[in-house]
Design a protein around this ligand. Sequence first.
Ligand code: TRP
Length: 323
Amino acid sequence: MLTGDRPTGDLHIGHYLSSLRSRVALQERGVDSFVLIADYQVITDRDSVGQIKNHTLSLLTDYLAAGLDPERSTIFAHSAVPQLNQLLLPFLSLVTQAELQRNPTVKDELAASHRPLSGLLLTYPVHQAADILFCKADVVPVGKDQLPHVEQTRVVARRFNIRYAAGSEVFPEPTALINDQQLILGVDGRKMSKSRGNVIRLAATEDETAALIRKARTDSERTITYEPERRPEVANLLTIASGFTGRAPESLVEDLGGGGSGVLKHLVIEAVNEGLRAHRERRTQLAEDRSYLIQILRAGNAKAEVVADKTLAEVRQAMSMDY
Ligand code: TRP
């Protein structure tokens, strides 16, 4: 399994419910797991790397606090594994400019970035293919928006095997694992986004969490019902509470009586703060020891390099470049 995040900021409850927990579950089932911090991908759609080191360590902190075990899961930074970038050259030879230009993820990010198309953004699907194929991942847990990348990765793997490896399977074709957790919206009912201030960060305090949820948008109907289409903001709050309590939204509604949104918010605040208490305690402790975090990351980088070296050697051999 390989998956990853871009270190553009702190992780939030959406990440926790949709990706962090399922990564830990895969690890617990004994799946050989790689988690990549995609630092170079930060500059696909913006001009500066920002607080990249802090964000990288913040991601790592949440991975560890959530239960990823660096002994069993390889956690590493893209930039620390140069072999990934070397795989990029043969892979680039296997895709066409037209394929890259019509990739829906590239198009969406280009439109959202309000910038001219950079070479890095254009080749986004190909460096992501290198991320996935270097460890020969079979399973790639991602959000729906990343599906076109996994599709392109399958094409790269297939073409590599045919064109450069005489049909032998140097690279397996990976499968995307789409999470069935419903998308969590921000407290204003729109997409969670740092710039909108509608995000509940895992690093937030209980008071900050409560304040955010208290100002969440609801509607003026007194009785709480779970109707995602008609009442998206109320349904979103119920989905969040459901994610942290493990109870179905319909069953939560039954307990609310005629209490309206005040009672609903109280329930959500309790659910989130309760559900994250142990995680937050661990993350606070971990965050105090920056040198430990760096040490863990370096060990993960070294583990990833060993795997990447082996794959690169196979690629060189398949391509008769094993001098
Ligand atoms: N592009 C992904 C995102 O923005 C992050 C990522 C980078 C990734 N490399 C990956 C995800 C490889 C899965 C597999 O969320």
